[in-house]
Design a protein around this ligand. Structure first.
Ligand code: SRM
Ligand code: SF4
Length: 518
């Protein structure tokens, strides 16, 4: 029997059951009550699951200290907003920190439930929302990080991304139409030529393409990573004009909401529905919701560049202005750093701050006349504009420090490993190394040159933290996913293995050998 949205209650998984009992968004009206009750006395399903509908995540690894996942559409925020986020984590002292995520977003750590009413008030006052950012909702919508700045861009994604978020979340107030999807759902729009958002790994992505001289988008559907299966998105053979993008998002999400599988959670992502129906039936169903037929896809899309990382100083399309990409090691920063970034953005730029899916920060709109002084700011010693060639492209998921799915520690280990490798090797090109603490693949090892996925492995009769190694991920033009090439390398033995891979495949040389040769 097919697993459909019409399954009986008996066949629903436990998540569907608790959603049917009480919609997750209900907790929005109960924050005061929870704050008064405290985390230990709260209903466990509200605490562990439903709070994620307002972006608040119970962390079994640090009980009582919650994580808060924001929504930062297109990864763009203001210095006022960054300052508020800094104030929130500052009050938690050593427990307070923040991470830039692989979806151009920010997560805050150390949050206490009793502070939530005040935190939400402060956030709303500066136009920030964390609504619908976890569980069976649509995640942060990604867009080109240099939208509106890049002289070569085809489409400025900012407004469309905001419009999609406003539609899906009722302008950040919460939209019950889209708070009970079968599973999570990812949307990306790319407007530049380098596919800076990893379009191919999203459930729904729009890539720029000309149709009879008009710029619009070809649509990709069904991309996703999960512990069970990873797939690149498929072309829907559909082209849309920018004016139809919001309506297409609504139609596709509605089709997923009403038909996606709800019995087996491992098979609840959009691709499983597309498998069952085939692309033609899926497209017809979307057209039916949309009330019109799609034009066939444009024969070619406009993704024809290698992917840029935006770290460093770059001229904007506006004469006399520059954007500067700061490298934030594994995306982790603290209150002091966040205040400083906010200050730099308002003193040197126009108060705008941008985030990338590589977990870095861009400060745009710095005039030529102020650039030299900006580059002497002490913060740039830690958040470099010209980091080492391995450090530069390092990405890491949260890992065991805060995530209970993690099989290994990631962020600190990733940094230590990269520093050791850079001290031993001479590199001639950046190598994109991505760490992820478990097969859920939040750190996207399949898009990396070298992807490291946490696992448990055995050595001398002992169970140790280890990694499966992925290679061959290609980003930008002709993006495709990497695959697993080696399994179960103990983390303690990893460094020489990586050294060897860098020498064999990426042109690295041992410093010691280079000295002898010269
Ligand atoms: Fe993720 C679950 C962190 C991007 C696939 N992810 C989780 C949880 C919520 C698990 C948990 O409750 O502990 C992690 C929170 C840990 C923490 O305390 O930070 C978590 N995911 C992250 C972040 C923070 C990784 C990072 O360090 O950047 C990213 C947050 C993005 C955001 O701002 O919303 C993050 N997660 C991703 C991505 C990458 C992407 O979207 O490009 C993926 C793979 C792409 C995809 O989803 O198709 C991803 N996360 C998952 C999955 C597997 C989904 C599935 O269909 O099975 C899970 C597990 C789940 O949902 O059941 C998961
Ligand atoms: Fe946690 Fe695994 Fe995601 Fe890393 S990949 S954040 S360990 S769920």
């Amino acid at each position: 029997m097919t697993d459909t949205a019409t399954s009986t209650t008996a066949s629903l998984n436990k998540f569907e059951k608790f959603k049917a009992e009480k919609d997750g968004l209900t907790v929005k009206g109960e924050i005061e009550k929870f704050a008064n009750l405290g985390w230990e006395a709260m209903d466990e399903t509200d605490r562990d699951h439903r709070l994620k509908w307002v972006g608040v995540f119970f962390r079994p690894v640090t009980p009582g200290k919650f994580m808060m996942r924001m929504r930062i559409p297109n990864g763009i925020l203001t210095s006022d907003q960054m300052q508020v986020l800094a104030e929130v984590v500052q009050r938690y002292g050593d427990d307070g920190s923040a991470d830039i995520t692989t979806r151009q977003n920010i997560q805050l750590r150390g949050i206490r439930i009793e502070d939530l009413p005040e935190i939400f008030n402060k956030m709303h006052a500066v136009g920030l929302t964390s609504i619908q950012s976890g569980m069976d909702n649509i995640r942060n919508i990604t867009g080109d990080p240099v939208a509106g700045l890049d002289a070569d861009e085809l489409f400025d994604t900012r407004e469309l991304v905001q419009q999609i978020q406003d539609m899906l979340t009722n302008k950040g107030q919460g939209n019950p139409e889209f708070t009970n999807l079968p599973r999570k759902f990812n949307i990306a729009i790319t407007g530049g030529r380098d596919n800076s958002v990893h379009a191919e790994i999203n459930d729904l992505a729009f890539v720029p393409a000309f149709k009879e001289g008009i710029l619009g988008f070809n649509i990709l559907v069904g991309g996703f990573f999960s512990a069970k299966r990873c797939e690149a998105a498929l072309p829907l053979n559909a082209w849309v004009a920018p004016t139809d993008v919001v309506a297409v998002c609504r139609a596709i999400v509605e089709v997923f909401r009403d038909n996606g599988f709800r019995a087996n959670r491992q098979k609840a992502r959009l691709m499983w529905l597309i498998d069952e129906w085939g692309l033609d039936k899926f497209r017809l169903e979307v057209e039916h919701r949309l009330g019109k037929a799609f034009l066939p896809a444009a024969p070619k899309d406009e993704i024809d560049w290698e992917k840029r990382d935006h770290v460093g100083v770059y001229k904007q399309k506006q004469p006399g202005l520059n954007y500067v990409g700061l490298h934030i090691p594994v995306g982790r920063f603290y209150a002091g750093d966040m205040f400083e970034i906010a200050r730099l953005a308002s003193v040197y730029g126009n108060g705008e701050i941008r985030l990338t899916v590589e977990q870095n920060v861009i400060i745009p709109n710095i005039p030529d006349s102020r650039l030299a002084t900006f580059l002497t700011e002490p913060l740039l010693e830690r958040f470099a504009i010209n980091p080492g060639l391995l450090t530069r492209s390092l990405v890491s998921c949260t890992g065991a420090q805060f995530c209970n799915f993690a099989l290994i520690e990631t962020k600190n280990r990733a940094l230590a490993t990269i520093q050791a490798l850079e001290s031993e090797l001479i590199l001639t090109r950046p190598v994109r190394i991505h760490w992820t603490g478990c097969p859920n693949s939040c750190g996207q090892p399949q898009v990396a040159d070298i992807g490291l996925m946490g696992t448990k492995t055995r050595k001398n009769g002992k169970t140790l933290e280890g990694v499966d190694i992925y290679m061959g991920g290609k980003v930008g033009k002709d993006a495709h996913l990497g695959t697993c090439v080696t399994k179960g390398i103990p983390c303690e033995d990893l460094q020489p293995v990586l050294q060897d891979l860098l020498i064999q495949h990426f042109g690295a040389k041992l410093k010691a050998e280079a000295l002898v040769t010269h």
